[in-house]
Design a protein around this ligand. Structure first.
Ligand code: MG
Length: 416
């Protein structure tokens, strides 16, 4: 039979955690991070490995009621895993031996895992199980990243006296996996011989039996100190945080313009020349619709206004085609890091009727601004005889545009 069971060891004293402010708090495996006891996170991590058929949990004798209260048996059975809880012994080796007694005979591999390592991945459990089946014993280990010093106490103080060659040093984690029969035999032998050990792999290497290192995981931390708790909380919060919604960072701009209507001028409205007795007075072609759109664009991009960009004292813009100016402003806004999302234009004119020209205006507008027709809208209204527009003395226009930040890096610099 090839079945693996896990022993989760939660029977430690947890002294390092119970110093200081946490002295009176719950014992380590029952401390909650991200809304759940560490123990539950760890059991979930173990149960996620498809190669593990069941779990024996060993807790301290005072912790049995807390463990029972978690309803673990039902949870584990929901995940399709066998489950037994028992109390551990005085030392880790006593605990593991007792737990091993509860592992079903059909299990050929036993994986030992610390209850306070909630971040081990299913892949890591599978890897140690697979390697242990081949070699007899496998341990998750990591190379030592830091420089290692040997420290010595002398009469004049404590000093780092030597730098240890770390090229052959690895730090052991759990999970550790073993052939069950071999682990049973070695545990009994150790008890007879009265030897002590801090992890199960020592039983094997002490006897010269091979223990294969399997590459561990940096985030597979053992939550030992209050600082580890903080780190674990941060990792969980990071992992549990919902992915950012793809909301665009958008800006809105508005523009308004009004021009007097006078004889002897062409009437150009949103790029379209409309037959009329009166035309819009102005330095340029007097296209109020384009001017409103330009101001709205500049407003959304926080780039000033049309008067600053195209002064009406500048001969270059005498009788200028405003639709061309609008196209130029679109390019500037684009280059400044914005993408035009929508443009809504309302034109106020008493006569002639603009309705027959709205389609043509929209077409020219979308060409000049380089946006699809469904992002551009032109509306024409009269003022029902009210005010200068209503009396036929003026043409007015208002525009609203929405732009999105096209270049996040650029925008970050703008904001800083
Ligand atoms: Mg104007």
């Amino acid at each position: 039979m090839s079945t693996a069971w896990a022993i989760v060891v939660a029977a430690g004293e947890g002294k390092r955690m119970r110093e200081g402010p946490l002295e009176c708090g719950p014992r380590k495996p029952f401390i909650e991070i991200a809304g759940k006891p560490i123990l539950l996170w760890t059991l979930e991590a173990v149960a996620r490995c498809p190669d593990i058929a069941g779990i024996v949990l060993a807790v301290g004798k005072d912790d049995l009621p807390s463990a029972m209260a978690l309803g673990l048996r039902r949870q584990l059975s929901n995940w399709g895993r066998g489950f037994t809880t028992l109390t551990g012994g005085a030392r880790r080796q006593d605990t593991v031996k007792r737990a091993l007694g509860a592992v079903p005979d059909e299990a050929d591999i036993v994986v030992v895992h610390d209850a306070v390592r909630p971040f081990a991945t299913p892949e890591l459990f599978s890897a140690v199980i697979c390697v242990a089946r081949e070699t007899g014993a496998a341990v998750a280990t990591l190379p030592v990243a830091e420089t290692v010093k040997r420290v010595e106490q002398t009469d004049s103080g404590t000093f780092a006296v030597e730098t240890i060659d770390r090229s052959n040093l690895e730090v052991a984690q759990t999970p550790q996996a073993f052939r069950a029969a071999e682990l049973r035999r070695l545990l009994e032998e150790a008890e007879r011989e009265g030897t002590e050990f801090t992890d199960e792999a020592q039983l094997f290497d002490r006897k010269g039996l091979p223990v294969a290192p399997v590459e561990g995981e940096r985030l597979n931390i053992k939550i030992t100190t209050p600082e580890d708790l903080e780190l674990a909380e941060a990792i969980f919060q990071h992992r549990l945080a919902p992915p950012p919604r793809p909301t665009a960072d958008v800006r809105v701009g508005s523009g308004y313009d009004i021009h007097p209507l006078v004889p002897g001028r062409k009437l150009v409205v949103c790029g379209v020349e409309i037959p009329s007795e009166l035309g819009a007075a102005g330095h340029s072609d007097g296209d109020a619709a384009c001017h409103a759109a330009i101001d709205a664009l500049l407003g959304a991009a926080a780039m000033g206004d049309i008067g600053r960009l195209f002064p009406d004292t500048d001969p270059e813009y005498k009788d200028a085609r405003s639709m061309k100016l609008l196209a130029g402003v679109c390019a500037r806004v684009w280059n400044a890091g914005f993408k035009l999302l929508s443009l809504d234009l309302t034109i106020f004119l008493e006569k002639p009727k603009l309705a027959p020209h709205v389609q043509g205006m929209t077409r020219i507008l979308t060409q000049a601004t380089n946006i699809p027709a469904w992002r551009a809208n032109v509306k024409a209204k009269t003022m029902n005889g009210i005010g200068p527009v209503g009396e036929g003395k003026a043409i007015a226009a208002q525009a609203t545009v929405v732009v999105a930040i096209r270049d996040a890096g650029r925008e970050t610099r703008r904001d800083s």
